[in-house]
Every structure is written in structure tokens, then in C-alpha cells.
Design a protein around this ligand. Structure first.
Ligand SMILES: Cc1cc2nc3c(=O)[nH]c(=O)nc-3n(C[C@H](O)[C@H](O)[C@H](O)COP(=O)(O)OP(=O)(O)OC[C@H]3O[C@@H](n4cnc5c(N)ncnc54)[C@H](O)[C@@H]3O)c2cc1C
Length: 422
């Protein structure tokens, strides 16, 4: 006989998914005075929000679209690129998505992206710091920006659009001539490399701990948290129900903030969005011979980042196009490590296995934030791609304000789910 589920308190809103996006949304909803239930099958912040490079990026006005240079494309097709690798059946399955992703690299699409993302980025750092101050997470944050390093003049020139938009939107950077990066970061082996120092970005020493601190702040402010499987979501009594591990959770509204797993739930509700997954890995290393870094450093050609964390130097990789649930490919981090060692002396490996995470990606590189155009009481906040750690707190705030019936502090029409309705 089926076990009778305990009926838990009913809520105004339930938020599905406790990554940086879901936790920030739940915290803002709670601060607006709503009764909130946050649901995840794991402890908060254990998926993509745990293992990222921890950069809170003030710049970033050109979307991560398909490389257009023939040599770069050839390198990717031959699976020789350190920045992008793929599994052939996945690449074939993703062909229609990749076509849309490619279109997002046109001049017009870049202009649109930059216009939509600029106000979000302008508020992103402030929003992080505000949540951090009130949840005791500020100890993880550091100023000092981040560095882009270029191995060739050609790759430096290819990123000119990013600098142009940065000037348009008033985002500060310094151009680094060969040798300058080493003055800033003496541990680097980059004496001959040109670079850009993005001055206004911040970074954190432990992204997972930041999400955990935000979640603790949410609980302290009276937010409820339940373990449960979001795939069990169903509509009932004019609202939404999930059978959690502790009992039945009911709410009038539901927010889907399940990152790379969002479509597992939305498909069942008849909702269709072109969400794909770009996987990425990290490994931690002890620096050799006392070398250190004080800010994240990115190798632009090879798509990896080196970030100083509480647990060693974190090497994060670029993109792997493989099925979300396929086993990890241990060769990727090995290949990236060889290139990373050309820039920084990496010593002993500090984790047994590489960490693997899934970036939830829409073809225009913007998240979906807003009400479902089809289903009453269903709200969406997912698809933050390469920028979820940066943008989670601000999109959480904007969606919470909308659900609470307020005018959001920034216009979110550019993030509307309706852009994907046929
Ligand atoms: C290698 C790498 C480096 C990155 N570096 C940066 C960076 O420097 N800066 C930046 O801004 N972004 C970065 N990102 C991107 C960023 O990490 C993601 O965009 C962001 O973490 C997505 O947050 P999220 O809350 O949407 O998803 P997640 O953090 O993945 O959270 C989704 C949650 O849903 C839960 N869930 C899934 N299915 C179910 C279910 N059926 N029932 C219940 N719960 C479920 C999961 O347990 C999880 O807690 C990086 C990503 C990677 C992979």
C-alpha cells in the first residue's frame, strides 16, 4: 500500500533547484515577505554552482557563439582544440541548436546581446556584495579583476569587439604589453604574452561556499528547504505540488531554476525551450615552488581559467559537447593541464578525480527569466550558460520582484521566454 505523505505547510512560491540561481531567487522572494519552499535533491550548490571559476564578471558583451575563423573551426572539427571538444553523436544531435548558436555571433546579434546584458552586468557585482554582506559570505570575495592572456596577436585582435563594447558601457580595463602580466602576477610564466586586465570584475575563493552561505541566510530569514525530486512536480488545487522526502509541499507559484536539468520538468508540462549543455571540468593543484596567483587568469585561445581558491589553484576547462549524463572524459583535463603548465607551475594534484559540471545554455547565451507564456503560476529562471555565477543573484532578484507584483529594478523583457515561442 502507498505510504500516506505528510502534508507540509503551504507556501506562496516553491523554487525548484538550489544552485546560485535558485537560492538567490528564494532569498529575494523571502526578503519580499513571501512564504517560500526551496527544493533540491541534493544539498544546495553542489552542481554547476559549486565548481565554476568563481569570476563575477563585469565585462562580457560578446556572446559565447560558434568560432567563425576557418582554422579554429577545423581544429575543433578535428577534436584538437583545448577550448572545445565534442562527442560525435552529440554534435550531430545538436546540429540545429549549433546553427542557432552560430547565428548568435552575427554583428546584429552581438549588439542585441550587449544591450540586454550590460545593465545586468552593471548590477551583478553590487548584488553579489549585498547578498554576501548579509549572509556572512563576504570573506570569500576579492577585488582585483581578472586577466585575459593572448598567445598571439591574431587572437588579441579577434577580441577587439569586447573591448569596444566595454568602452561603450564604461567598463574599465588596462591593456597589458608583454611582461606586464608578470608584474601583476609574478607566479605566471607569461613574460611574452599580451593581455587585458579587467579591473571592475570580482572573484570568489570558493563558489560552493558562497551558495551555501546564501542558503543559510535564506533559512535564517525563515525560508523553508526540502529535499525532493522536482520531476515529481504536478498541478493540483490551483497550485503546484511536489512530494518531498519530508512530505508533500504545496505552493501557488513554482519557479524552475534547475539549471541543466530544467527541461526534465518543463517538457512534461508541454513547455519547449532550446536548452543544451556545455560540460566543463575542474581540478585543483598545489602551486610549485611557492608560486601564487591573486586573481583568475584566462588563456583566451585555450579556453581555460586558473583561479586561486581556498583549496589550491583551480584549473577549469572550456567546453565539452557531450551528453549531460555521459561518463566524464578524463583525457580533457589532462590535455588542458599540459597547456596550463606553460603558463603557471602546477604541482601536486589535490583531487582524486576531476570535477564535472554542466552549463545550461540557450543559443543566444542569455538566460530565460520570466513567466511561462503558456502555464499559469509557472516561472522560469534558467539557462545562465557561462555566466550563472555572475548573474544568478541579479536575475534572482529581478524574477522575485516580478513574482511579488513589483516593477523589477531592471527591464527583463529581453530575457523573456517568449523569444523562443514559434
Ligand atoms: C567549468 C565551469 C566554469 C564556470 N565558470 C564560471 C565563472 O567563472 N563565472 C560565472 O559567472 N559562471 C561560471 N560558470 C557557469 C555557472 O557555474 C553556471 O551558469 C551556474 O552555476 C548555473 O547555476 P544554476 O543554479 O542555474 O544551476 P546549478 O548550479 O547546476 O543548480 C541546479 C540545481 O538543480 C538541482 N536539480 C537538478 N535536477 C533536480 C531534480 N530532478 N530535483 C531536484 N533538484 C534537482 C541540482 O541538484 C542543482 O542543485 C562556469 C561553469 C563551469 C561548468
Amino acid at each position: 500500500m502507498a505510504k500516506q505523505q505528510k502534508q507540509l505547510q503551504s507556501n506562496d512560491v516553491m523554487v525548484l533547484g538550489a544552485g546560485i540561481v535558485g537560492v538567490s531567487t528564494a532569498l529575494h522572494l523571502r526578503r519580499l515577505g513571501l512564504d517560500v519552499a526551496l527544493i533540491d535533491r541534493k544539498h544546495p550548490g553542489e552542481e554547476a554552482s559549486f565548481g565554476n571559476a568563481g569570476i563575477v564578471q563585469r565585462n562580457g558583451f560578446v556572446p559565447h557563439s560558434m568560432p567563425r575563423h576557418p582554422l579554429q573551426l577545423l581544429e575543433i572539427l578535428l577534436n584538437q582544440s583545448t577550448a572545445v571538444s565534442y562527442n560525435l553523436p552529440t554534435l550531430v544531435r545538436l546540429a540545429p541548436w549549433l546553427k542557432r548558436f552560430h547565428a548568435a555571433g552575427s554583428d546584429k546579434a552581438i549588439e542585441r546581446y550587449s544591450r540586454i546584458v550590460a545593465p545586468l552586468r552593471a548590477m551583478a557585482v553590487e548584488e553579489h556584495l549585498d547578498l554576501a554582506r548579509t549572509t556572512n559570505a563576504d570573506r570569500f570575495y576579492r577585488q582585483g579583476g581578472w586577466l585575459h592572456l593572448f598567445r598571439s596577436e591574431a587572437s588579441y585582435k579577434k577580441t577587439e569587439a569586447e573591448r569596444l563594447y566595454a568602452r561603450v558601457f564604461g567598463v574599465a580595463y588596462n591593456e597589458l604589453a608583454a611582461g606586464d602580466a608578470n608584474t601583476l602576477e609574478p607566479g605566471l610564466k607569461a613574460a611574452k604574452m599580451k593581455g587585458i586586465h579587467w579591473l571592475d570584475s570580482w572573484s570568489v575563493s570558493n563558489p560552493g561556499a558562497v551558495v551555501d552561505a546564501f542558503w543559510r541566510g535564506y533559512i535564517q530569514e525563515g525560508g523553508r528547504y526540502y529535499r525532493g525530486n522536482a520531476q515529481k512536480l504536478r498541478q493540483e488545487r490551483g497550485g503546484w505540488v511536489v512530494e518531498g522526502e519530508q512530505g508533500t509541499v504545496f505552493a501557488r507559484h513554482v519557479v524552475v531554476a534547475l539549471g541543466a536539468w530544467s527541461m526534465d520538468v518543463l517538457k512534461k508540462l508541454g513547455e519547449s525551450y532550446p536548452l543544451a549543455v556545455k560540460r566543463g571540468y575542474h581540478m585543483h593543484y598545489r602551486p610549485l615552488s611557492g608560486a601564487s596567483l591573486s586573481r583568475p587568469v584566462v588563456d583566451i585561445e585555450n579556453g581555460f581559467a586558473l583561479t586561486p581558491t581556498d583549496n589550491g589553484i583551480r584549473l577549469t576547462t572550456g567546453v565539452e559537447l557531450a551528453e549531460r549524463d555521459a561518463p566524464p572524459n578524463p583525457l580533457i583535463i589532462k590535455r588542458v593541464k599540459r597547456r596550463a603548465e606553460e603558463l603557471f607551475p602546477l604541482g601536486r594534484q589535490l583531487l582524486k578525480e576531476p570535477w564535472l559540471g554542466c552549463r545550461p545554455c540557450l543559443p543566444d547565451s542569455l538566460p530565460i527569466v520570466g513567466a511561462s507564456p503558456k502555464t499559469r503560476g509557472l516561472w522560469l529562471n534558467f539557462g545562465h550558460a557561462h555566466d550563472g555565477f555572475t548573474l544568478g543573484p541579479i536575475t534572482g532578484r529581478l524574477l522575485a520582484e516580478t513574482i511579488a507584483g513589483k516593477t523589477p529594478m531592471l527591464d527583463i523583457s529581453g530575457l523573456s521566454p517568449e523569444r523562443f515561442q514559434a
